[in-house]
Design a binder for this molecule. Structure first.
Ligand code: 2AM
Ligand code: CA
Ligand code: CA
Ligand code: CA
Length: 259
């Protein structure tokens, strides 16, 4: 894809997100249909489904040959990263959305032959859109976003997944204790935003492809490290424990985990 095409897609994607987020904010005080999925805290609402349906529809209308990986079932069964693959998480932080009407994100990621192209993380209630990619750089709304400082683990806050922290799974509690302090936001997208904006030194969680796709593109554009907990490249088509950190904190985290 050349720069002109990437810019054209970027204009489209921002328009879809703006429309979907405006619609969602307008319906915050209406009735929610809430269903459980794998357990009592794994929720889906009619708004997750409607938003995903809308975003997937826009992609299909504009790019009928592209493949789509999405959370709530409107996407495709995608077996390989060959060609153009979109990732859609319509509401990231559904539990926050249901309980707080706050701290949730809309995310889109676009890859071509497995390579990063465009990523979007929209904090729906603050209307902060972090967007960009290797060809167009990193932006927060209309401004170019400076890259985060390469801080060591002890110098910053560390985002964690609640249950992994509670059970010290993969040494997550030990890692957080070596930082300035643990944070649990309840939205993988907003955790990635915090790290990319330099407000946290890292984040660790078990994540599905749509939880991490946009964040990986933006974080790598920001010069951060995104790997599995073992330090391997991510497999974009499966769930795995994902670690995003500054370059400096990465070996420190790995040392704690191996201790
Ligand atoms: P979601 O709201 O889109 O489901 C919450 O800890 C974070 O982890 C959210 O980003 C949430 O995304 C994600 N997550 C991944 N798998 C989950 C699960 N089985 N139950 C709840 N949240 C999950
Ligand atoms: Ca979910
Ligand atoms: Ca998610
Ligand atoms: Ca979701």
């Amino acid at each position: 894809m050349d720069l002109l095409e990437i810019k054209a897609i970027n204009t489209d994607a921002q328009r879809w997100l703006t429309k979907a987020a405006t619609n969602l904010r307008q319906h915050l005080n209406t009735h929610f249909q809430v269903q459980t999925k794998s357990d009592r805290n794994d929720l889906v609402t009619n708004f997750d489904k409607e938003t995903e349906n809308f975003l997937v529809d826009q992609i299909r209308q504009n790019f009928p040959n592209d493949k789509i990986v999405s959370e709530e079932g409107f996407g495709d069964q995608v077996q390989t990263m060959h060609g153009r693959v979109w990732f859609v998480d319509p509401i990231d932080g559904t539990l926050n959305f249901v309980k707080q009407r706050n701290d949730f994100a809309m995310m889109i990621g676009l890859y071509e032959d497995g390579r990063n192209v465009l990523g979007y993380i929209l904090n729906v209630m603050t209307d902060e859109l972090l967007w960009g990619g290797p060809e167009i750089g990193l932006h927060l709304n209309e401004k170019v976003q400076p890259l985060p400082l390469d801080q060591p683990l002890a110098a910053g806050l560390f985002g964690v997944n609640g249950p992994m922290f509670a059970y010290n799974h993969e040494h997550v509690r030990d890692i957080a204790f070596a930082s300035s302090g643990a944070r649990i936001l309840g939205s993988a997208g907003l955790e990635f935003q915090q790290v990319i904006l330099g407000r946290q030194v890292g984040y660790i969680s078990r994540l599905a492809p749509w939880d991490v796709a946009a964040g990986k593109i933006l974080a790598e554009t920001a010069g951060l490290s995104v790997t599995t907990i073992d330090g391997d490249p991510l497999d974009m088509l499966k769930s795995q424990v994902v670690l995003v950190t500054t370059r400096r904190a990465l070996p420190e985290v790995q040392k704690i985990r191996q201790s």
